[in-house]
Design a protein around this ligand. Structure first.
Ligand code: NAI
Length: 344
């Protein structure tokens, strides 16, 4: 753990690593990117631009074509795993168990390194791995296009890294090397060492607690303002459609929650700080704890595995029903009226 800086908050001792801790020279053999979607394409391009020898393993679909047209050698997954020392699993979590069992694990040998971008399948027991090769985690806290965009602009990003099996004794060094190759440790980026379980549970917590609770807050605010008689077009623009909210969130990430307040007027600062406490809601905390409990005890993963077996039937129904929710209907009408263009 040389070079790791420990958190100074006093709340824990999470090791954090930076560019100088990572050694790109460790990636001195072929890296196989399995899957060429959101993360796969971005990470493959970044690693290649970092000077690493990259090939792609994919099924024969349109992603295969994209990888080939980006100039990569593309092979069937099994062949790509055989050829490489570093194998990066960048296909959706729900298809990983089958692909691993059929095309990856039979050809994983002792000196190879298996790298995941999500701790989900290992944490919730969807896959069990032998411990005779290294299994590591490099999970960017950034969507794929952001991973590529950051690299091209010489910016880093945060990534969670971790070790599940350390058969070589070098697993954490390999995780850092891969992180450096994909550009995470460029300026403003850092690597946070977590367990596979912490990564998987926090990711689900964000998706199932913060995200939907925030959605409810947004919907409630729209309802209250529209019911009070304000023009819906003005309400949607005011609350989220202008993009100001996204801009503010970016400032919160860059400056911190309190410091970014300074970008707003004194009226705004006084109003939001003096009224903020009204929305502190004990029930919200309880509901989040309930969802977190279902994540931690594995019942969500079990529920989702059943849903996946049913071809995501419930998810499709929920998406269908959501089409009629008032804010969704209103959103479509307002977008049309304001000549919204998604490409601009
Ligand atoms: P994706 O949905 O973009 O993956 C598409 C790729 O998966 C394509 O190459 C496609 O050919 C392949 N694929 C799809 N079904 C397949 C099957 N049945 N058999 C073999 N290959 C199949 O995946 P994404 O979003 O890039 O996620 C990859 C991994 O990265 C996941 O573990 C995810 O949790 C993790 N991750 C994703 C982030 C994101 O921003 N999307 C952020 C951080 C981690």
């Amino acid at each position: 753990m040389t070079g790791a800086e420990e958190s100074s908050s006093g709340r824990g001792s999470l090791p954090v690593y930076f560019d100088e801790d990572a050694n790109l020279d460790l990636l001195d053999d072929i890296v196989s990117i399995i899957g060429y979607g959101n993360q796969g394409r971005a990470q493959a391009l970044n690693l290649r631009d970092s000077g690493v020898d990259v090939i792609v393993g994919n099924v024969r679909d349109q992603y295969w074509e994209t990888a080939a047209s980006d100039g990569f050698e593309v092979l069937e997954i099994r062949e790509a795993v055989k050829r490489a020392r570093f194998v990066m699993i960048l296909i959706p979590d729900e298809v990983q168990p089958e692909v691993l069992e059929k095309s990856v694990l039979p050809v994983m040998t002792r000196n190879k390194i298996l790298c995941f971008a999500s701790g989900y399948n290992i944490t919730f027991g969807q896959v069990t791995l032998p411990d005779d090769f290294d299994t590591i985690l490099v999970a960017p806290r950034m969507i794929g296009v952001g991973v590529r965009d950051a690299y091209e602009n010489d910016r880093g990003f945060y990534a969670f890294i971790g070790v599940h099996n350390n058969s070589s004794g070098m697993a954490m060094q390999y995780a850092m090397a891969i992180s450096k190759g994909i550009g995470a440790t460029k300026p403003s980026g850092a690597l946070l060492e977590v367990t596979f379980r912490q990564e998987a549970e926090l990711d689900l917590f964000n998706e199932q607690c913060f995200g939907p609770a925030f959605g409810q807050v947004l919907t409630t605010a729209v309802d209250v303002a529209v019911e009070a008689g304000y023009p819906p077009e003005a309400v949607l623009v005011e609350i989220y459609m202008s993009g100001e909210l996204a801009y503010t969130m970016e400032k919160i990430a860059k400056m911190g929650t309190l410091k970014q307040l300074e970008l707003h007027s004194p009226t705004s600062q006084y109003g939001s700080m003096s009224r903020g406490i009204r929305y502190a809601n004990p029930e919200l905390r309880e509901q989040m704890q309930k969802s977190l409990g279902e994540i931690q005890d594995g019942s969500f993963a079990e529920e989702f595995a059943k849903e996946y077996e049913l071809d995501l039937e419930i998810l499709d129904d929920m998406k269908e029903m959501a089409q009629d929710v008032p804010i969704v209907v209103l959103d479509k009408e307002v977008r049309k009226k304001l000549r919204f263009r998604s490409d601009k």
